[in-house]
Design a protein around this ligand. Structure first.
Ligand code: NAI
Length: 214
């Protein structure tokens, strides 16, 4: 089957729709027009309709969107009810914070293993998950078949480790290592996260008096 082509900005907006619809559900809002949803989200109504049309369109003319149903549909598109196996490498300050504070299960993922090269960390645990030595990584992956790796290691270790992880079946990287991975396999997905870039975007907007558009 041919791959579906959806633009990255549309994909990046989906979690945001999901989050806003979750808030509306908490407020017991049953239905909402694209105009009202657009106002809340700082988007235009036509942007919302265009985005949803990429997936076949969800609203009904004259009715708007049923909040709970739309959230379920978007959640299914995002795979939030799946339990994608995730491992985290590098149980330092950042790795521990991510393990403790990212709600993996609400996002269709399950953190099943944490690894670190520091022998002093082996046998300890974080967020209730034992930290394992790197020597056990390959056998763990063969047995439990995680699909995603969160990289919280120094940048100089990232590429070699990513290659190793691909060889044991990892197909997606949530990469915090500050090194933009070079992956030849087009089926492997990389999401590079740089919190500093986000801060610099904020700083730019403050210094340049720009109007931002989503
Ligand atoms: P840290 O030094 O507290 O933790 C790093 C951990 O990785 C240590 O426990 C260390 O033993 C382990 N480690 C090092 N090499 C390894 C290897 N080859 N295999 C397995 N484990 C290994 O550092 P911190 O503060 O947790 O930061 C981790 C990385 O994340 C750094 O590269 C840092 O620059 C980056 N970072 C990225 C951010 C982002 O927005 N992308 C934000 C903050 C940090």
């Amino acid at each position: 089957m041919a791959k579906q082509v959806i633009s990255t900005p549309v994909i990046r907006r989906l979690p945001r729709y999901y989050r806003f619809l979750g808030d509306l559900e908490l407020e017991h809002v049953e239905r909402i027009s694209s105009r009202e949803l657009a106002q809340r989200m700082g988007l235009s109504a036509s942007q919302i309709r265009q985005d949803f049309n990429c997936f076949g369109g969800f609203g009904q003319q004259g009715y708007g969107y049923h909040v709970k149903e739309l959230r379920t549909v978007i959640g299914n598109i995002l795979g939030v009810s799946e339990q994608t196996g995730v491992i985290l490498i590098g149980a330092g300050n950042l790795g521990k914070a991510i393990a403790a504070h990212v709600d993996f299960e609400q996002r269709g993922c399950k953190l099943i293993g944490i690894f670190d090269s520091d022998p002093l960390l082996a046998g300890t645990s974080t967020a209730g998950i034992p930290i394992m030595p790197m020597e056990t990584l390959a056998s763990f992956c063969q047995l439990h078949k995680p699909s995603v790796a969160v990289l919280c290691i120094p940048k100089d270790a990232a590429q070699a480790l990513a290659d190793e992880l691909i060889a044991v079946g990892i197909g997606g990287f949530w990469n915090f290592s500050h090194f933009d991975l070079r992956i030849k396999d087009p089926n492997v997905i990389v999401e590079n996260v740089h919190l500093g870039d986000s801060l610099m975007t904020l700083a730019y907007c403050m210094h340049h008096d720009v109007e931002t558009a989503e």
